[in-house]
Design a binder for this molecule. Structure first.
Ligand code: NAP
Length: 320
């Protein structure tokens, strides 16, 4: 089978399309024929070698995939050949024609969701779910600012918060991104690159502030975020690419808090919640992954460059 292989950490070009033996599922494992693989910023951090998670070399990148179960190992009860599934990680890597996953890493993909959409489920929607429900404990009567509402996690968070009944604000850095955030459910949108956007957000709350901020770029926005919070507001740090100075007094004055997480560390019980919520939302149409670009598997290096430039207006997915 064809798969992307990384033999050394480095620039996107270290990813090469190679012919390697097809993996076989052992007991408790599932073999998935990958129809689309999702490209996430974390895939690029891992490939560069500068991330907390360093896979043993050589490896095949990719966590998110969608496809059809091809075969199952002994004792597998949760999936059978022919099932449509999305993955929350695999054992052999998603950027490939076939991938082996633990039985617990495959989840039913409702018929209404295409395979490219399915490749944009776990990391974006799992992160949005964990941020809103487990970390923030969000309520319908609250106002949430999705700071970075035009990307993978942001679109997921906007759809989910709207389904929850919250008042949803979103930010983006282009007119097209602002339109996308609005189309997916943000009631009001703000351009994060324009001077004065923070004042506009405060004004939109009548000066009260927002209850919750889901932050995609904390190293740029965190200090300003604290000034936008209502009493007992929370900032949930989802994305961060550097350091920033904040004034903790902004938190004290509001009894506010900053919380943060990585999706890698969710507990078994949280994972069960996440997949139950995602499967239901995908099935009833409240969660609708947006595919921005489909790129052939061989062009994985281009996909890694483009995901870091943002502006995909939805998920970038690789098609084997
Ligand atoms: P993505 O699809 O590339 O989207 C990036 C988003 O960030 C876009 O909406 C972009 O908006 C926005 N953005 C760019 N500059 C910004 C700024 N100055 N202020 C606010 N937003 C800004 O990436 P993603 O998959 O959604 O992931 C977002 C971030 O979360 C990444 O850093 C990723 O590594 C991280 N993440 C963390 C976890 C976790 O477990 N904690 C899980 C998933 C993702 P425009 O393009 O419109 O400017």
């Amino acid at each position: 089978m064809k798969a992307i292989r990384v033999h050394e950490f480095g620039a996107p070009e270290v990813m090469k399309l190679e012919e390697i033996p097809a993996p076989q599922p052992a007991a408790g494992q599932v073999l998935v024929r990958v129809r689309a693989a999702g490209v996430n910023p974390a895939d690029t951090y891992m490939r560069s070698g500068g991330y907390a998670i360093k896979p043993p070399l050589p490896y095949t990148p990719g966590v998110d995939a969608a496809g059809i179960v091809e075969a199952i190992g002994a004792g597998v009860t949760r999936a059978k050949p022919g099932d449509r599934v999305y993955t929350s990680g695999t054992l052999t890597g998603a950027y490939a024609e076939l991938a082996v996953a633990q039985e617990t890493q495959v989840h039913p993909l409702p018929e209404r969701i295409t395979f490219p959409q399915g490749a944009g489920v776990y990391i974006p929607y799992g992160t949005a779910y964990h941020a809103l429900h487990h970390s923030a404990k969000a309520h319908a009567a609250e106002t949430v600012l999705v700071h970075g509402a035009s990307g993978g996690v942001g679109i997921a968070a906007v759809q989910m918060a709207q389904a929850l009944g919250m008042t949803v604000f979103g930010t983006a850095g282009t007119e097209k991104g602002l339109e996308l955030a609005k189309r997916e459910g943000a009631q009001q949108v703000f351009h994060h690159g324009r001077a004065g956007y923070a004042e506009e957000i405060l004004q939109a709350t009548g000066g009260r502030g927002v209850d919750l901020i889901l932050e995609m770029l904390a190293n740029v926005n965190l200090a300003t975020d604290l000034k936008l919070l209502a009493t007992r507001g929370r900032v949930i740090v989802i994305g961060n690419r550097g350091e920033i100075t904040i004034n903790p007094r902004e938190l004290m004055a509001r009894r506010a808090s900053i919380r943060a997480f990585t999706l890698w560390a969710v507990t078994e019980a949280e994972a069960a919640d996440i997949h139950a919520g995602l499967t239901a939302g995908l099935g009833n149409g409240t969660l609708r992954p947006v595919v921005g670009k489909e790129i052939p598997l061989a062009e994985a290096p281009r996909a890694h460059k483009e995901v870091m430039e943002s502006r995909a207006f939805g998920k970038i997915v690789l098609i084997p």
